[in-house]
Design a binder for this molecule. Structure first.
Ligand code: AR6
Length: 204
């Protein structure tokens, strides 16, 4: 079914787990949403930042989150001692309307080692969801980790994100998450999700 991409489009390149051709499921599909806009405005339990290993802020969505949260976020992040690639740490949200910020560190995309980049990106989604559950966050919004400055092609990142989330929602702690929102910002990411979501969350 992965060959079913629209005619003329580059095939989606993914070697992700056994759930790559999932069954349609209303129960699962009701729990994911796509949104184009600014993640800092969302009143979900947790938003997921696309951070770097220092966790001390930067450009892109990281900069927007730190600006909107205020200086206390930086102060808390300073005490975390950074975070390895593929992992995530959680903080308070301060001036943001959400309750918590999960700072995930995506890979700098390496086309020579695509599998390694993909494993790190998938890990960001899984580790963020685990942290959300551990902190009683039932609604979570993801930014497009690694798809900006870190250069991960959106058409590869979206299937990785969707596969990871589906895997988690069907797993042991899946029922502890009520809603996952994929937040896109640029056209290329909107297109990537529009194409990939029917593959991972097929219409019922
Ligand atoms: N709301 C939602 N998405 C956004 C917003 C926003 N306000 N602003 C940008 N995006 P990037 P990365 C999207 O570059 O590739 C930072 O300097 C953007 O369109 O923010 O993981 C960090 O400190 C893209 O789809 O993160 C790191 O050093 C997505 O957010 C480095 O960049 C991620 O793009 C991380 O690079």
């Amino acid at each position: 079914k992965l060959e079913a991409a629209p005619p003329g489009s580059k095939p989606i390149r993914t070697r992700l787990g056994p759930d790559k051709i999932p069954e349609p499921s209303k129960a699962l599909n009701d729990r994911v949403a796509l949104l184009r806009g600014d993640i800092t405005t969302l009143a979900v339990d947790a938003i997921v930042n696309a951070a770097n290993r220092s966790l001390l802020g930067g450009g892109g969505v990281d900069g927007a989150i730190h600006r909107a949260a205020g200086p206390e976020l930086y102060q808390e992040c300073k005490g975390l001692g950074g975070c390895p690639t593929g992992q995530a740490k959680i903080t308070n949200a301060y001036e943001l309307p959400c309750k918590k910020v999960i700072h995930a560190v995506g890979p700098v995309y390496d086309p020579i080692h695509h599998d390694r980049s993909e494993a790190s990106l998938v890990s960001c989604y899984i580790e963020s969801l685990k942290l959300a559950v551990k902190n009683s966050c039932r609604t979570i919004a993801f930014s497009g980790i690694s798809t900006g400055v870190y250069g991960y092609p959106s058409r590869d990142a979206a299937p990785a994100a969707l596969s990871a989330v589906r895997h988690f929602l069907t797993g042991h702690d899946g029922s502890k998450i009520d809603k996952v929102v994929f937040v896109t910002f640029e056209r290329k990411d909107v297109d990537a999700y529009d194409e990939a979501i029917p593959l991972y969350f097929p219409p019922v």
